[in-house]
Design a protein around this ligand. Structure first.
Ligand code: NDP
Ligand code: OXD
Length: 361
């Protein structure tokens, strides 16, 4: 019979081995605390780097495969878990989605960086527990970029070729031939010439659309008329037949399209918003569509998401609602971006795609 009870506190392989040894020698009753951690595969792992996946749980199986492949490709010795119960203080990197399971960053006291799986950093940036000194990188992913180009070009062409009206004619069985315009006759304005806006601009230029764009800083892009500042915005609004929004959600971009600015638009302009819903004053947009200033809108993002079922956008014949699907990070390519950034962090090189917390994007 044993006379002692030994309390073993700790985690990791060594603790587990000592506990098992004592138990097998029947020297004592062994009480394991932190039992979860003792047996946790990450504690037992000899990997040098520990990464926590805190993205959407249903996407973990695919991300796990892609991330582990990317870590191997980048020769990174990383142990990956999606288990939020694993010791937070041992996590080096957090792979994150704002509406995923992790909302409180405060226990992650040794995190070296946070990698947002979304391009927009507005949701994560406003989390009050986000440690100010830990680098936050957003997702710039070739797969996401490709998706956005297809969404934007697709809807620009839909408006340019009056596809919606063609459906109406078809449904009414009206055979009414008419001349089709060429791209070079329609100007596309792009608000936001960042990673996504600039790729969309180049693709549209490739189709012969004259493109005029707007950004916060001054830019030069071949074949694109680049504007900035308040006057630049007015120039874009006045010139555009189709206006594409690819702006982040910041204090400055909030309701940038409002009643006053709609008045500056070319009559009959079409709007495509694939950036953030906060950029458009929704009531003012409805008013501008109803008074004919704006011919129609394709909206992927909204002030409130999911778009409430009683929102007038749903039933408006000139508004197409898409459920924030314009572009998504693709695990295959996004994982390589994360691996590249871990590699950089481990070798003390600057990270890619850092969010400028002061600017808000
Ligand atoms: P970037 O940060 O690369 O680009 C943002 C662009 O907006 C930059 O050109 C920036 O100017 C410009 N901008 C920011 N603030 C202002 C301002 N006050 N006035 C004028 N221009 C401004 O972001 P991305 O291109 O990667 O993404 C754009 C946005 O698209 C994301 O923030 C996200 O909200 C949204 N998004 C939506 C998706 C969807 O599925 N609907 C998917 C992915 C992203 P400058 O170049 O001078 O910094
Ligand atoms: C976003 C994204 O920022 O899906 O909207 O990446």
């Amino acid at each position: 019979m044993c006379e002692y009870v030994t309390l073993i506190v700790g985690d990791g392989l060594n603790t587990l081995l000592i506990a098992l040894l004592l138990k097998s020698l029947v020297i004592s009753h062994v009480v394991l605390t932190g039992l979860f951690h003792v047996g946790h595969p990450l504690s037992a792992s000899t990997a040098r780097i520990r990464a926590l996946y805190a993205g959407y749980p249903d996407r973990y199986p695919e991300y796990k495969i892609c991330l582990e492949e990317a870590f191997q490709e980048y020769k990174l010795d990383v142990a990956l878990t999606d288990d939020l119960k694993f010791y937070p203080s041992r996590v080096d990197y957090i792979i994150y989605s704002p509406r995923g399971p992790l909302q409180d960053f405060s226990p992650y006291i040794n995190a070296k960086a946070i990698f947002n799986l979304q391009a927009g950093a507005d949701d994560v940036a406003k989390n009050p527990t986000l440690p100010p000194s830990v680098p936050l990188a957003r997702m710039v992913d070739p797969g996401l970029r490709e998706g956005m180009v297809e969404y934007v070009v697709g809807h620009v062409l839909r408006y340019h070729l009056s596809m919606d009206q063609l459906w109406e004619k078809k449904n009414a069985r009206e055979w009414q031939p008419r001349g089709m315009p060429l791209a070079r006759q329609k100007t596309v304005g792009i608000l936001g010439l960042g990673e996504l806006g600039s790729c969309c601009a180049n693709a549209l230029v490739g189709l012969n659309f004259p493109v005029i764009g707007w950004s916060r800083s001054m830019k030069q892009m071949e074949g694109i008329r680049c504007c900035h500042g308040p006057d630049g915005l007015i120039s874009v609004l006045r010139a555009s037949d189709v206006l594409v929004l690819l702006l982040p959600n910041t204090k400055e971009t909030y309701h940038i399209l409002n009643r006053d600015n709609f008045k500056q638009c070319k009559k009959g302009v079409y709007i495509i918003n694939a950036g953030r819903g906060s950029s458009i004053a929704e009531d003012d947009l409805l008013e501008a569509i109803n008074d004919g200033t704006i011919s129609g809108a394709t909206l992927d993002v909204f002030q409130t998401e999911p778009l409430p079922r009683n929102h007038p956008f749903w039933r408006h014949p000139q508004v197409l609602v898409t459920p924030h699907i314009a572009a998504k990070s693709r695990p295959n390519s996004a994982s390589k971006v994360i691996a590249e950034n871990i590699k950089r962090a481990e070798s003390k090189r600057p990270l890619l795609y850092l969010v400028d917390r002061a600017a808000g994007y």
